[in-house]
Design a binder for this molecule. Structure first.
Ligand code: URP
Ligand code: ZN
Length: 462
């Protein structure tokens, strides 16, 4: 628990530098050159980089969806996370219709108790405003309970998850007033329903038509609409899994004008294109929103480079191959979602290794920005006083994704066969070693629920 990491290169969102780092009682207590190690345990990080543990802001564990439940549990998902250098994850507390929000949060927290291998937080999914919109009055209590984000879906009507245009302004303004923020899955439900109906009549049901029914402008329209609403009410908005160029441009324009619009993307939108939906194993890649074309993929990488994208999360939501194959001849029956919780930090660090981005950028979008945006005061950076959530990274280690190297409970991954250049070799959670050279060595249940601070974002003068 108390030790000094010596001879490593520390990576922050701004720079990389040689320094030693001392951990005591789960906190980073000293950073400096040639720290005195008398009587202290030493972790030798010669030739290695010392990074903050990553935060994954978007995961679905044990999530009932698409006629089944996502394959990773709170235990297997958080264990896989630890093995991929993640020390804090966000899952969702979904409000079933008629339910109070704190009950949804308590219920999901109970699922993590005794199972969490890393620290965790929740976003509260709002699906029902209850009588006289009374659920909005619960928002301050939810923020006081440490959950400052209210997720909404503009889709999934038949699943009972969708909120309409008439509800969104109420939710986003109530969230902001309570010291929180709306996070949004944005696609145009009307266009999707119309296209699915049309494709069904035309007998076009292969996975390619999952993409065709939710293509670039289907997402961009909803992005633009939500951004316009947030601008109109001068409230913050966090758009999850941005996948398309036009939506990103709309967000970037609003930000240039000073509006607090935050943007997340995911590795599958950075790595693949919609061409995957023509492959024989296309079902594996079916997620919502689907992966878009090359122009969007390139725009997303630019967005990471120029700061238009704040964060990279995973939207981890895997289903077994058997479940995915339910819809090989009818894309509407494929449970939507792909895994990636263990792959995202290594993927972004591999991009840094290969020179596509800097290591500092990887740390910015996977650690520092998530902590700052979502009010995790003790997380996300190598600074004195922060939690000792630390990853030791070997820039020389090559790992190929697959059953032997990964820890998800799912039987396949879209990242199988991917070659990572450089890899996390140790993960410390508040100073406790939880992953050592690819092995989970922690104790399930040591992950804690993190109460996040209220956030107050307003338009900035530019
Ligand atoms: O395909 C996905 N992303 N499945 C999980 C549910 C959602 O839309 O976030
Ligand atoms: Zn999701």
């Amino acid at each position: 628990m108390n030790f000094v990491i010596k001879n490593g290169t520390l990576v922050t969102g701004r720079s990389m530098y040689r320094a030693d780092l001392e951990v005591r009682d789960g906190k980073i207590v000293t950073i400096g050159q040639e720290l005195d190690t008398t009587g202290k345990e030493i972790v030798d990080a010669s030739g290695k980089y010392v990074l903050p543990g990553a935060i994954d802001m978007h995961t679905h564990m044990s999530d009932p969806f698409g006629g089944t439940v996502s394959s990773d549990s709170e235990f297997t998902g958080s264990r896989a996370a630890a093995c991929g250098g993640v020390t804090m994850m966000f899952d969702f507390a979904t409000q079933n219709h008629g339910m109070h929000l704190l009950d949804a949060i308590d219920s999901k927290r109970r699922q993590y108790e005794g199972n969490a291998c890393i620290d965790y937080s929740l976003h509260c999914i709002v699906t029902d405003l209850l009588e006289d919109d009374s659920v909005l009055q619960e928002f301050p209590d939810v923020v006081a309970a440490g959950v400052n984000t209210f997720k909404c879906y503009t889709v999934y009507k038949k699943e009972g998850l969708m909120v309409g245009d008439e509800q969104m302004p109420k939710i986003m303004t109530a969230a902001a007033q309570a010291g929180g923020m709306m996070t949004l899955h944005a696609e145009n439900a009307g266009m999707i329903d119309y296209l699915i109906e049309r494709f069904r009549k035309e007998g076009k049901l292969s996975p390619w038509y999952h993409y065709e029914s939710r293509s670039e402008l289907v997402a961009a329209e909803a992005d633009r609409r939500a951004i316009a609403m947030a601008m109109n009410f001068n409230v913050p908005l966090y758009i999850v899994h941005m996948d398309n160029k036009e939506g990103l441009l709309a967000a970037a324009r609003a930000r240039q004008e000073g509006y607090p619009i935050f943007v997340e993307t995911c590795p599958h939108y950075l790595e693949f294109t919609c061409e995957v939906y023509k492959r024989p194993d296309a079902v594996k890649y079916v997620c919502s929103p689907p992966i878009k074309g090359e122009e969007s993929r390139i725009a997303l990488w630019h967005g990471i480079g120029d700061g238009a994208i704040d964060t990279v999360a995973t939207d981890h939501c895997p289903f077994t191959l058997e479940e995915k194959n339910w819809g090989k001849d009818d894309f509407t029956k494929i449970p939507n979602g792909c895994g990636g919780i263990e792959n995202r930090y290594p993927y972004m660090l591999s991009a840094a290794h290969d020179g596509r981005i800097s290591y500092s950028k990887a740390v910015e979008v996977c650690c520092e920005n998530p902590a700052r945006i979502f009010g995790c005061a003790d997380k996300g950076s190598l600074e004195i006083g922060k939690d000792a959530d630390i990853v030791i990274y070997d820039p020389e280690k090559i790992v190929v994704g697959g059953k032997d190297t990964m820890h998800t409970a799912c039987d396949h991954s879209i990242w199988d066969g991917y070659e990572y250049h450089g890899y996390p070799v140790q993960t410390y959670l508040r100073g406790r070693l939880v992953m050592d050279h690819g092995e989970y060595v922690g104790t399930p249940g040591e992950g804690q629920f993190i109460r996040r601070q209220p956030v107050h974002y307003k338009k900035q003068m530019v």
